[in-house]
Design a protein around this ligand. Structure first.
Ligand code: HEC
Length: 129
C-alpha cells in the first residue's frame, strides 16, 4: 500500500474531527427531541392563584369540583399516570374535537397549560399556595 503523504492524512484527520464535532453538537439536540419531558414551567402567563381558581371552577364544572370526574373524565393523578404532561397540555390547549372538552388556547398560554398538566399529575392544589 502506498504511504499517504502527511498532508493527505492531516486533511482526513481534520475531516474526522469535524464529523465528530458535529455529532457531539447534535447529540444534546437529538436527546432533547427524544425526551421532550420538561420541568414545571418556572413562569406562567397568568398568576398561579388565577390558574388554580380556573381549574377548580371552570374545569371543575365538567370534571367535578374535586376533579373526580363528572361529564369530563376524572383528572386525578392515578387517572393521568399513563399520560405525559406534554400530551395533557396539548389536550388542554386544543380540546378533544367531537367531545364537550373545549380548547383553552387563547385563554391559557402554553406554559399555563403545561403548569396545569404537571400539577394535575402531581395532585392539583386546593388553593393557591
Ligand atoms: C364543557 C365541559 C368541559 C370543560 C369545561 C373542561 N373539560 Fe376537560 N374534558 C371534558 C370531557 C367530556 C372530556 C373527555 C372527552 C373524551 O375523551 O371523551 C375531557 C377530557 C379532558 C382531558 C383528557 C383526560 C384523559 O384522561 O384523557 C384532560 C386532561 C382535560 N379534559 C382537562 C381539562 C382542563 C385542565 C380543563 C380546564 C382548563 C377542562 N378539561 C375543562 C369536558 C370538559
Amino acid at each position: 500500500m502506498r504511504k499517504l503523504s502527511w498532508n493527505v492524512r492531516r486533511v482526513r484527520l481534520r475531516k474526522r474531527l469535524m464529523i465528530f464535532g458535529a455529532l457531539c453538537a447534535l447529540f444534546p439536540l437529538a436527546s432533547s427531541i427524544a425526551l421532550p419531558a420538561r420541568p414545571v414551567p418556572a413562569t406562567t402567563s397568568k398568576p398561579i392563584d388565577e390558574l388554580v381558581r380556573l381549574v377548580r371552577q371552570d374545569c371543575g364544572s365538567c370534571h367535578g369540583l374535586t376533579l373526580k370526574g363528572g361529564l369530563g373524565k376524572p383528572l386525578l393523578p392515578e387517572n393521568l399516570a399513563g399520560r405525559d404532561a406534554d400530551t395533557l397540555a396539548q389536550i388542554i390547549l386544543d380540546g378533544i374535537p367531537g367531545t364537550p372538552m373545549p380548547p383553552w388556547r387563547g385563554i391559557l398560554a402554553e406554559n399555563d397549560a403545561l403548569w396545569i398538566a404537571r400539577k394535575l399529575k402531581e395532585g392539583f392544589p386546593d388553593a393557591a399556595p
